[in-house]
Design a protein. Structure first.
Length: 93
C-alpha cells in the first residue's frame, strides 16, 4: 500500500475578499473530489485572501497509480480560472 500526499501552494488571482477566494478554492476542491479518487482540503492560509495551500491524498496498490492521480489533479488546478499554482510537492508514506 502506498500513500501519496501532494501539497500545492497557490495564489488566488484577483481576489478582493475571503468570499472571492473561497469561491475559487471550493470550485477546485469540488472538481477534484468528483473526478479523482483523492481526498483534498485547504490546509494553510485560510485567513489570507490571496494565498492558499491545498493538500491532496491518495492511497493505492502502487506508486505509479497514486502518482498519476495526483498529477492529473495538479493539472486540473493549473487550468482552473482564478488560481495560479506556485509550488507543488509530492511525498510518499
Amino acid at each position: 500500500m502506498i500513500v501519496g500526499i501532494q501539497e500545492c501552494r497557490c495564489r488566488v488571482i484577483g481576489s478582493a475578499s475571503l468570499k472571492d477566494k473561497r469561491r475559487v478554492v471550493k470550485s477546485g476542491l469540488d472538481r477534484i473530489r468528483h473526478r479523482f479518487n483523492l481526498s483534498v482540503a485547504e490546509v494553510d492560509f485560510q485567513d489570507d485572501r490571496q494565498l492558499t495551500t491545498l493538500a491532496m491524498v491518495g492511497v493505492g496498490s502502487g506508486k505509479h497509480v497514486v502518482e498519476r492521480e495526483l498529477r492529473q489533479a495538479l493539472r486540473l488546478l493549473e487550468n482552473l480560472d482564478g488560481l495560479e499554482v506556485l509550488d507543488a510537492e509530492i511525498t510518499y508514506a
